[in-house]
Every structure is written in structure tokens, then in C-alpha cells.
Design a protein. Sequence first.
Length: 288
Amino acid sequence: MSATLSSPFSSALPSLPAVVTALRAAGCVFAEDEARLLVSAARTPADLTGMVGRRAAGLPLEHVVGWAEFYGLRIAVDTGVFVPRRRTEFLVRQAAALAHQTTAGRPVVVDLCCGSGALGAALLATAHGPVELYASDIDPSAVACARRNIGPGGTVLEGDLFDALPDGLRSRIDILLANVPYVPTEEVGLLPSEARDHEPLVALDGGADGLDVLRRVTAEASHWLAPGGHLLFETSEHQAPGAVTTVRADGLAPRVVTSEEWDATVVVAQLRGARLGSVALTPDPRGR
């Protein structure tokens, strides 16, 4: 994208066509949709001019407006914080179905690598009953965001994976969400500029094969999961076989769930000792 607008706006609130033209000139593919959002979010002409300028310079739209739409919610996303992807809603659906059918009463849910806290906030919003929620991230900026998004409904902690969690959660977690980074190091440079230039590398880079962080999670997961508890994570289609092998090697029984509509691949792994598939997923009424 161009770092400057093709022409300055006047002191009056710029019209929608003028914003569309400026965004198109900067290379925004969805200029019309983005323009409508920016116009609705701006409070003053100067505010809108600044927002369009930041977007034209390549800042992610979500960072410009300060929020991302996820699972029907507005999730606060500060500059420099990983933007939740819409495809990850598919992961939340799998977790929500399991949480809804947990018979132990108040399910214990942990969201590792929580970023903005979007997954935890979405689960709280759709829970049929009380949920004991914990979320953690190594990035202080993400933790600050997550605390705003999750609010009093959960506990947000700062730290590296399980190191952030209280020992009292060992063998108690019913649902462990781990939306770990899974982009292979060599492919990070191929990501869109919005991601590689404006999102933290720690939220993107998954090591040589993209599975380094996942291996760290699966190596400890069995010590934290309750009997029959589930680990859920997103991966790419071509990484799924390697992820399944990793999960099995660390004592969990995996299955792969995919969605063509969401272009999403999710691994759902259950702690051995409980029958895999004993909790049936609730079908999404929209067929997703």
C-alpha cells in the first residue's frame, strides 16, 4: 500500500466516495466495505483523515478502528496485537459444543496464547452456564487487551504457556484451547504485510515446520487436562498429519475436523482414559 493519500481531504467530513477512492489508490482490495466502516467509526473530519491515512500506510483495518468482529462480538484490538481471524470461529464452535455438553457442572476452560482474548470472550458469550475461564499470553500488550475483552468473566494471566497458570489447575482443565503460532519460519515473510509488519512475530512464527510451540503444549497437556479433557488447536491442512503424530506421541487421542467454508482445520485431542468421541458435537444450525 502507498504510505500517503493521493489528495488531501477538505475540512468537511469526507464523503464515502472520496474515502473509497483514497483506499483504492492505496491498494485496498475491499475499499468500499472498509470505507463504510471508517466513515461510521470517525467522530470528526480530522479523525477520518487520520484513519484513512493509517490504513493507506498499511496498518490493519482492525488496528485502525480499534476492534475486530469475531463470533458476533466486537473484540478490542490494540496496535501491535494479533488480530483474531474469522476462520478461528470454527475452533470456537468445536470448543463451545464440548463445553455445552460437559456434565461436570462448571467446565474449566483455559485459552493459551490468548492474544486479544477473542476465543475466551466468545466462549463466555455462548456458554449455557457458568464457566471457569483462564487465559494467558506472553505478550503484555495482548494481555492488556484480553483483560478488557474478557472482563470479570475470567482470569487473564501473563506468562509463557503453562508457566502462567496456577498449579491448582493441574488435572482440572476440561477444555484447553491453544491457538498457537503455526506459520513455518521460512513462510512468515510470505504473509500479507498487515500481518508480517504489524503483528507480533511471537504470534506468527511456529518454528521450522510450524509445530514447535505445539510440541511444547502437547508435551505438558496431559498433566493439566482433567480425565477425558480435550485439547483443541488450529493448524493448516498440510500440517495436520504431523500435528496428529505429535499429539498421539504425547498420550492424547486426536481427531481432525475441517471446514471448507471456513477454510479451517482443527485438531480435537482427548486425554486417554476416556472414550474418544464420548461427547458428540452439537451441529451448527447454520451448517458450519
